[in-house]
Ligand binder design. Structure first.
Ligand SMILES: Nc1ncnc2c1ncn2[C@@H]1O[C@H](COP(=O)(O)OP(=O)(O)OP(=O)(O)O)[C@@H](O)[C@H]1O
Ligand SMILES: [Mg+2]
Length: 238
């Protein structure tokens, strides 16, 4: 996947910029009718570029810049963006545990991850009675067995930070549920099926775990994350 993303980015972005530029040049001398076509070329080129940009993330070998991050600040940002755009008519509820310690994370990537989950929830719920609930909690006893790269054995990691995103939409079809974190799995006519694949990568890069359970009127994404070591001070404390 990462190799493919890198090749695609390289081989498509440059000719695409050429196509877009040529369409823009044509636009100058075009009639009103033809101009709507050149604009369509530009818009579609932009859409492909945005898709490639998202795919490129999978091939990005840079490691995350991880610092202590206040996850409530991350979720607040997601909520505020949602409320002013795609989630304008929804009820967005926050149930936060105020004693939560900071997560060792990359703030922008975490915003992107939770934005994708909330965006899906907003897409799924009914416009008039949609409700999305964001919760956080501290579960010090939670240990998760995760595979370690290059090692047959599994390591038991402590992932005490729990963030959940719940919605009251129709739920994810049972046959789709096992594959929702795979790339290109989508039921939307304009969906790329990359949102949750990106989320899964971001959470895995944080050493965390994501799981999903779904039934009609109750779809829940649960993210478990490690806390920042105590000697790392930052702005993360609530
Ligand atoms: N909260 C949810 N309720 C119902 N279905 C969901 C929910 N979240 C995800 N899904 C299903 O999982 C599929 C995959 O989601 P994903 O975010 O990966 O892709 P997408 O939203 O279709 O497209 P993209 O995010 O790339 O624009 C969705 O098409 C949808 O069918
Ligand atoms: Mg999505």
């Amino acid at each position: 996947m990462s190799g493919m993303a890198a090749v695609l980015a390289h081989e498509i972005k440059n000719p695409l910029a050429g196509i877009r530029g040529a369409a823009q040049l044509l636009e100058d001398g075009a009639s009103a009718d033809d101009r709507s076509l050149t604009q369509l070329i530009c818009q579609e080129a932009d859409r492909i570029r945005a898709l490639i940009d998202r795919m490129e993330y999978f091939g990005d070998p840079r490691s995350l810049a991880r610092t202590p991050v206040n996850i409530h600040e991350v979720l607040d940002r997601v909520r505020r963006v949602a409320e002013t755009s795609f989630g304008r008519n929804l009820r967005l509820v926050e149930i936060f545990d105020p004693s939560l310690p900071p997560v060792l994370g990359d703030r922008d990537s975490l915003i992107q991850a939770f934005m994708n989950i909330v965006r899906n929830a907003a897409d799924a719920v009914a416009p008039d009675s949609g409700e999305i609930v964001l919760t956080t909690g501290y579960r010090p006893g939670v240990k998760v067995a995760t595979p370690v790269a290059g090692n047959e054995k599994r390591q038991r990691l402590s992932l005490p930070l729990e963030v959940t995103v719940r919605d009251n939409g129709p739920g994810i079809p049972p046959d789709l549920l096992p594959n929702i974190f795979d790339p290109f799995v989508t039921t939307k006519s304009h969906g790329a099926g990359l949102g949750l694949a990106l989320v899964a990568k971001i959470i895995a890069d944080h050493g965390g775990v994501i799981e999903c359970e779904s039934q009609p009127r109750r779809t829940l994404f649960r993210v478990l994350l490690p806390v920042a070591p105590q000697n790392q001070t930052g702005t993360g404390h609530v």
